[in-house]
Design a protein around this ligand. Structure first.
Ligand SMILES: [Zn+2]
Length: 426
């Protein structure tokens, strides 16, 4: 009866936007190049050669390749290393400028799918949440999952269907890592499928927090496009900023030295203590409230890039949860749905996080499963697999959203399935 309304709630519009000055954003990377260096399972040899030059590394799974950002003054030295590589960005500054070049498209009404044709600034996302709520006032509320270090509210939207709120929770987090803009576009973006939308909203309450690291997100748009962490000052007079909010969760925070860094200057600095970032504290509070209330049916932390669907455990490669069979089966069906829905047969790799990718401690899916008792708990790494990396052109947002929509519909339909004989209630 109200399916169109429900569609537009999960769909996307945009509100007025203030354009990001593209030059300011791209400044630190003008003339920089990004290369995918092939390792062919000889990563340590390649890394040894690379240790002679200065670069920023984008990926941690180095078995087949290492994606590196090079300043102009390093290019000659890099070429002299004679490594096999493909160019991901000829001029990273120009690619970043192109991300935000469509500012004339930014003024959009709620429900207009053109939201997906460009990236948006933080205020836009916040206004967009409000416009969703205004479209559906009786079935939604704006929520806050706490505050950032710079005192921005971690705003989200809580949606419910017939019969009022209080059903088991589907919880989505986006943009914990500031540079992964594409995941923000996704989480605010569901632009298809009316019957499926209605049936899932009648069964579950959705809690969608599209920007869980607002300070980092704003910093990527004003100062440093490739910033990842929050903007908390380092400990004990360190000049480095930022904790990795996704290495800061309490569960297994200190379980594996390979899973995070103790160096405040590292991209994966885990903090001095579990949950000592204000963002993590607030996110964890909502996780525990949902656990102690309606329970968490599904949790997804949306990231980019790499095209992965990853379940617990991250902190130990050899540890397999009893639910791994059903998580893997569900991930396979999601992966199939994504592939079948995309014109270019996009493939997603799936499996337990630590074994499939690399060890991570204090990461969200382990915590929301182990502490939050989520029945399904995933990280999804969106497009791409390394053509553009973190700086995905805006014209690829819409295909990304559409294929994830297809995948989520399949996943929602599986949440109450009994996958295996003898699987009783947990
Ligand atoms: Zn990430």
């Amino acid at each position: 009866m109200r399916s169109l309304r429900l569609v537009s709630i999960l769909a996307v519009g945009a509100v007025s936007a203030s354009a990001i000055p593209a030059t300011k954003v791209s400044l630190p990377y003008d003339g920089f190049k990004v290369f995918r260096v092939k390792t062919h399972a000889h990563a340590s040899e390649v890394q040894k050669k690379l240790s002679n030059i200065t670069f920023e590394q984008w990926n941690h799974d180095v078995n087949s390749h290492i994606d590196i950002v090079l300043a102009p003054d390093q290019l000659v030295a890099f070429e002299e290393l004679g490594l096999e590589s493909d160019t991901m960005h000829q001029d990273l500054g120009a690619s970043i400028a192109a991300e935000s070049a469509h500012s004339s498209l930014w003024r959009r009404q709620a429900g207009d799918p053109a939201w997906f044709d460009s990236y948006h600034d933080y205020q836009d996302h916040i206004k967009y949440l409000q416009s969703l709520h205004d479209l559906f006032p009786g079935n939604s509320e704006i929520i806050s999952s706490g505050y950032s270090y710079e005192n921005r509210s971690l705003n989200g939207i809580h949606l419910w269907g017939a019969g009022g709120p209080g059903k088991p929770a589907v919880l989505y987090h986006g943009t914990v890592h500031a540079r992964e803009w594409i995941s923000t576009a996704l989480v605010t973006g569901y632009n298809a499928g009316d019957n499926d939308t209605r049936s899932v909203l009648d069964k579950y309450d959705f809690y969608i927090i599209p920007v869980v690291n607002p300070d980092g997100f704003v910093y990527t748009q004003t100062t440093q496009r490739l910033w990842r962490k929050n903007r908390q000052p380092g400990p004990n007079g360190s000049t480095c900023y930022g904790r990795d909010i996704n290495r800061n969760w309490e569960f297994a925070w200190d379980a594996n030295p390979q899973g995070a860094s103790t160096n405040p200057c590292s991209q994966t600095y885990k903090g001095e203590q579990p949950s000592d970032s204000p963002e993590n504290k607030g996110l964890d509070k909502l996780v525990r409230q949902l656990r102690d209330g309606p329970g968490i049916k599904l949790y997804i932390d949306w990231h980019s890039y790499g095209q992965y669907i990853l379940s617990p455990f991250g902190y130990k490669e050899t540890l397999y949860a009893p639910e791994l069979g059903k998580w893997t089966k569900a991930a396979q069906m999601v992966s199939d749905a994504i592939r079948d829905s995309s014109s270019d047969l996009t493939t997603f790799t799936f499996g337990p996080s630590g074994a499939t990718l690399y060890p991570t401690t204090g990461a969200a899916p382990d915590h929301v499963y182990s502490i939050g008792r989520a029945e399904f708990s995933y990280t999804i790494e969106l497009r791409d697999i390394g053509k553009y990396g973190f700086v995905l052109p805006p014209e690829l947002i819409r295909p990304t959203v559409e294929e994830q929509w297809a995948g989520q519909k399949v996943l929602w339909s599986l949440l109450d399935e009994v996958f295996f004989d003898g699987e009783g209630p947990a």
